[in-house]
Write a protein that binds this ligand. Structure first.
Ligand SMILES: Cc1cc2nc3c(=O)[nH]c(=O)nc-3n(C[C@H](O)[C@H](O)[C@H](O)COP(=O)(O)OP(=O)(O)OC[C@H]3O[C@@H](n4cnc5c(N)ncnc54)[C@H](O)[C@@H]3O)c2cc1C
Length: 390
């Protein structure tokens, strides 16, 4: 006989978003069950960079959400028992043409108008931040509040703390159906049995569209592959996060910042680099719509390596030791989908975080916890509603 369980709240997905929601719900004393079909951080949250980047967010609601998340990180780093390697290291966006510089200047102005500190740097100024930059680099913008975190430690740390506060985590347990009667969520059917619950949060990353189908709601989240190269470990060489302006172009679909050649456009190539606490450099990345294929490809590996040399020529001396690819849960506009569903009480969406889920995890956790427990949120999440697409 399959087991019958019950929980005040069921969170579907044990990635960084599900773990953050479970953590903040537990802090409020809620009874929580996290259902994860594979293992914690087995999805995008375990195959990504750790940028907590503010200057790459769109001015407006997106930036405000990210700034609130950034405010929460230091407290989180203190509270979790796991070292999440959080470091407010600052971030650079590098331009390789005067057109890109112009675009970065315009963005810096808009971001500053919203209270974010951003400085425009000349190529000469970059000497204070980087050992050497490529000849193409014309300058860039610097945000001192940009930070870095270990995404796997963050996910595991949040889940561990939630568990200590009473959450149950079901690993290797897949949600197969959700029962709705009289316009209210009642039950979640899983491979380990049924869970009676009147509140269900979908934090299933690229599995969210499938979860939506269970309640006949179209959740427009598609997998977008991102590939990363990992170098050997070195003494600290990168003080800050580094990204090329083209990274922002491919991420936010900004025409003036798109890569110049057709192959890079096809791969959605944009340069990123960070040095992890263990000394390895993570060099990225791509944005490809190839279904659920999360394999790396030689074509992308070569393109990422060539692109990295344009910005940081000295990485040529470093050996690449491995590579990986992850699937970003991508919404049509690249912004998260947060909120309730019309006509179905007790169902909440926290998905579609695209390339920003690590950065936005704390604010998503707090906000969804408020929504589930109080029915309202301290931040306005209306701009992130599913219904903006209808
Ligand atoms: C290459 C790359 C680089 C990135 N860099 C950054 C970065 O620097 N900064 C940043 O902020 N973001 C970054 N991101 C984005 C970030 O990784 C994601 O936005 C974030 O991890 C999404 O978290 P999630 O919990 O929504 O999804 P996931 O981590 O994918 O978790 C969803 C979980 O749901 C589970 N699941 C799905 N369906 C079911 C089901 N039916 N039943 C039970 N469980 C289910 C899955 O197994 C999975 O574990 C990057 C992504 C990639 C790929």
């Amino acid at each position: 006989m399959p087991e019958v369980m019950s929980s005040e709240v069921v969170v579907i997905g044990g990635g960084v978003i599900g773990a953050a929601i479970a953590y903040y719900l537990c802090r409020e004393g809620a009874e929580v069950m996290v259902v994860e079909e594979d293992d914690l951080a087995s999805g995008a949250s375990g195959a990504c960079d750790g940028f907590v980047s503010l200057q790459t967010k769109a001015p407006g609601y997106h930036l405000r959400l990210a700034m609130e998340s950034a405010r929460l990180f230091p407290e989180l780093a203190e509270d979790l028992d796991v070292d999440i390697e959080y470091r407010r290291c600052g971030g650079l966006l590098l331009a390789t043409s005067q057109e890109q510089m112009k675009e970065l200047r315009g963005r810096a102005k808009a971001l500053k108008a919203e209270g974010l500190e951003v400085e425009i740097l000349t190529a000469g100024d970059l000497k204070d931040f980087l050992p050497e930059v490529g000849k193409e680099v014309k300058g860039g913008s610097y945000c001192p509040l940009d930070a870095q975190v270990n995404p796997i430690s963050l996910t595991l740390g949040l889940a561990k703390k939630a568990q200590e506060m009473g959450a149950t985590i079901l690993r290797g347990c897949k949600v197969e159906n959700i029962v709705v009667t009289n316009n209210r969520v009642r039950e979640v059917h899983t491979t380990a049995g049924s869970i009676h619950s009147r509140r269900v949060v979908c934090a299933a990353g690229v599995g969210s569209n499938q979860i939506g189908k269970m309640i006949i709601v179209d959740v427009p989240v598609l997998p977008q592959r991102g590939q990363i190269l990992v170098t050997e470990s070195r003494e600290p060489v990168l003080k800050t996060l580094v990204a090329g302006a083209e990274y922002l172009g491919t991420k936010a679909n900004i025409q003036g910042l798109m890569p110049a050649d057709a192959e890079s456009v096809k791969l959605g190539l944009g340069f990123t680099a960070e040095q992890t606490a263990s000394g390895n450099l993570l060099l990225g990345s791509t944005r490809e719509f190839v279904g659920f294929d999360n394999q790396t490809t030689p074509e992308a590996m070569n393109a990422i390596a060539r692109n990295a040399l344009r910005y940081l020529p000295w990485v040529e001396d470093m050996d690449v030791i491995r590579s990986f690819a992850g699937l970003r849960p991508c919404s049509p506009d690249g912004l998260p989908i947060l909120g309730t569903i019309k006509g179905i009480r007790g169902f909440y969406l926290a998905t579609g975080h695209s390339g920003d889920g690590i950065c936005l995890a704390p604010v998503t956790g707090v906000t969804i916890s408020e929504l589930v427990l109080d029915g309202e949120t301290s931040l306005d999440i209306a701009p992130f509603s599913l219904y903006r697409f209808k």
